[in-house]
Write a protein that binds this ligand. Structure first.
Ligand SMILES: [Zn+2]
Length: 343
């Protein structure tokens, strides 16, 4: 998905109670952190309306950029100001034109409040609002950035006021880079959760496997779709015949991804699967091809059967070949290699 972030104002705009605070500078920094956090997720591209700290495009240009770039989400980042130093809290303005944008608005506001209030002790949710004006019998969004962003691809258009820079505590909060990073992280997590975004795999990621009694390196490798030589090399194991119970074996992510089947996983029988155990009959004649659950099954005494070894058990429906009727459950052993993990 495409996202446009708009750090409000220009470099030296809007001083805070702390005279070294400038809204336009701090929000530029926040946008940078947020872009970085958001781009940790798959298929996310983030455009920032100000390319440099000194950029200060018009409100119209900022909003239009979101539309022109095909963004789905537009967020203008701000801190608030008031005559009274007591005023504090988080406000979020959303477009009156975009129905369905209210839920995410609340989630983002709540997230910001939780992060800021943890440090300030005073920050609260002032509200999620729309602000409009009427002209010639028509209603328009009051804020230029929001008004100009709406149309085309944009489905969510927000201004978030991250506390007041005229409030001592909130201004102090926004002056810390670490705090802005926490805020960025929270916003990114909220957005990721809302849109079900997946984290990108980072290079060098691996899964840890703990060796159990009776395991051999080649068995472990087989289970993850690799071979013992590369696993030994990856782990710096000199003698592949010597591994011990409790040893941690690192499985590179390209191997572990989707390969390891554990209790509770949802699996599907591979098309290539031809055998079942015991016997040698075709699986397909016995078990319907849809989602099966691994490991939940029990023997006649109610004990769990799955042990995480070479074999695993499928639960599904059994089709009686004579009567063509289905039985409510079946537990059948098959090799774990015959299964694909699908969750
Ligand atoms: Zn502002």
């Amino acid at each position: 998905m495409k996202i446009t972030l708009d750090p409000g104002h220009g470099r030296l705009s809007n001083r805070g109670v702390d005279p070294t605070y400038y809204e336009g500078t701090r929000m530029f920094l926040l946008a940078g952190f947020l872009k970085e956090e958001l781009e940790k997720y798959e298929d996310v591209t983030v455009n920032v309306t100000r390319k440099t700290l000194d950029d200060d495009p018009s409100l119209e240009k900022r909003g239009r950029m979101a539309r022109d770039l095909g963004s789905e989400l537009f967020i203008s980042l701000h801190s608030n100001a008031a005559g009274s130093e007591k005023a504090c809290g988080v406000s979020l303005y959303r477009s009156v034109k975009l129905e369905g944008s209210e839920k995410l608005a609340h989630l983002l506001a709540d997230g910001a409040v939780s992060v800021i209030n943890e440090k300030t002790g005073v920050t609260y949710k002032r509200g999620v609002k729309t602000r409009t004006y009427d002209e010639n019998g028509k209603t328009y969004d009051y804020y230029g950035v929001i008004r100009n962003s709406v149309g085309g691809s944009v489905k969510y258009s927000y201004i978030i006021e991250h506390g007041f820079h005229t409030n001592e505590r909130e201004c102090a909060f926004l002056q810390s880079d670490e705090n802005l990073k926490s805020l960025a992280k929270k916003h990114a997590e909220t957005i990721a959760e809302y849109f079900s975004l997946k984290k990108r795999k980072e290079e060098g990621e691996y899964t840890e496997y703990t060796v159990r009694t009776g395991d051999t390196l080649s068995e472990i490798a087989k289970r993850y779709g690799t071979d013992y030589r590369s696993l030994a090399k990856y782990n710096g194991i000199q003698d592949p015949d010597r591994i011990y119970t409790g040893q941690i074996v690192k499985i590179p992510s390209e191997q572990s991804d989707g390969k390891m089947i554990r209790k509770g996983d949802t699996v599907r029988l591979k098309d290539s699967a031809k055998t079942y155990y015991p016997g040698g009959k075709s699986f397909k004649s016995w078990v319907r091809e849809y989602d099966f659950i691994v490991g939940k099954t029990v023997d006649s005494k109610g004990r769990e059967v799955f042990k995480g070894g070479e074999k695993c058990v499928l639960l599904g429906e059994k089709i009686n070949r004579k009567t063509k009727k289905t039985a409510p459950s079946i537990n059948t052993w098959c090799s774990i290699e015959n299964l694909d993990k699908i969750n």
